[in-house]
Design a protein around this ligand. Structure first.
Ligand code: NAP
Length: 294
């Protein structure tokens, strides 16, 4: 069996087109969804993520308020900026790009964001609501993974899902979403990590494997069943002398070998990545709708 490739770029483009149309409708009612972006310091990866997010806002017609601050910005200045955005009616979503430079408290900043504008879904209030199945802003990468599965027609109800990785931004929220008693949940979920005794023993009995370990070749062909659905969240730089920049991007899955056994698989790049920003846009539009009482 050769897998059907889940084209994250295409799914993201479809969702962005839907959002663009929704934003145009909201504008007719005088509502312009706005995203406040805060980037502290000069980390090149963070800079390119933020630039991509700003571009995506522009593409679908969102207002964006971009703030790039020096790495030595004091905590109190950062808190004051968050507070200003909390009180700004033009801003429906606040994005603080992580990681923050050393010396700044991420926990304090995330807690200061108004939960009604927490479009990253990292505030404990939103995390708690998500866990108990109440309406909440869902974290972007896990929500993007669910969208990829659902829009590819993968059945989640009753599926055995194995997630490799238990981080607060990917593994844990994904497990929570997939066990919810609703149409995009109802799966039976196992979460694996570095203390898991025999990873392959778990992945081999999975209908769906989701890799979010941050290590290339964590999932190889001998570790999966024929017909498995594989979602690769990992983004790793692998040395590659044939590339001008000296490396290529790879996921956590041995893509070439696993695609010969799987029924569906996401590539890296072009799988989960484009969905993360799309879900941020989705949450910002949703926040504007809620603020307008729609
Ligand atoms: P993280 O915080 O480093 O967590 C990695 C998790 O994987 C940990 O729970 C770790 O276990 C587990 N793990 C690592 N090696 C393992 C192994 N050999 N066997 C079993 N479990 C293993 O990483 P993260 O922030 O969740 O990100 C994971 C990957 O996804 C990274 O490559 C990141 O770049 C990527 N990512 C992509 C997107 C996107 O938009 N495409 C978004 C977020 C993250 P322990 O808990 O025991 O250490």
């Amino acid at each position: 069996m050769t897998a059907q490739i889940i084209d994250g770029k295409q799914v993201a483009a479809d969702m962005r087109a839907e959002l663009k149309a929704e934003v145009a409708e909201l504008k007719k009612k005088g509502i312009v969804p706005g995203l406040g972006v805060i980037l502290v310091g000069e980390d090149p990866a963070s800079q390119s993520y933020v630039t991509a997010k700003e571009r995506a806002c522009e593409e679908i017609g969102l207002y964006s308020d971009d703030n790039r601050l020096p790495a030595d910005t004091p905590q109190k200045d950062l808190m004051a900026l968050v507070e200003k955005m909390n009180n700004d009616p033009k801003i429906n979503g606040i994005l603080v790009q992580l990681p923050l430079p050393k010396g700044l408290s991420e926990a304090e900043v995330l807690l200061a964001i108004d939960p009604a504008k927490d479009v990253d879904g990292f505030h404990p209030m939103n995390v708690g609501k998500m866990v108990v199945g109440e309406k909440a802003f869902l974290p972007c990468t896990p929500h993007g993974v669910i969208q990829l599965l659902v829009r590819s027609g993968v059945k989640l109800e009753g599926a055995e899902v194995v997630i490799v990785g238990r981080s607060n931004i990917v593994g844990k929220p994904l497990a929570n979403l997939l066990i919810q008693k609703n149409a995009t949940g109802n799966a039976t979920v196992t979460v694996c990590h570095t203390q898991t005794k025999d990873l392959a023993d778990h992945t081999r009995r999975a209908d769906i494997v989701i890799a979010a370990a941050g290590r290339p070749n964590t999932v190889t062909a001998d570790m999966v069943n024929d017909g498995v659905v594989v979602i690769d969240v990992g983004v790793n730089r692998v040395e590659d002398a044939t590339k001008k920049r000296g490396y290529r991007l790879a996921g956590d899955v041995d893509f070439e070998a696993v695609k010969e056994k799987a029924s569906f698989i996401t590539p890296v790049p072009g799988g989960v990545g484009p969905m993360t920003i799309t879900m941020l846009l989705y949450n910002t539009v949703e926040s504007a709708r809620r603020a307008a009482g729609l």
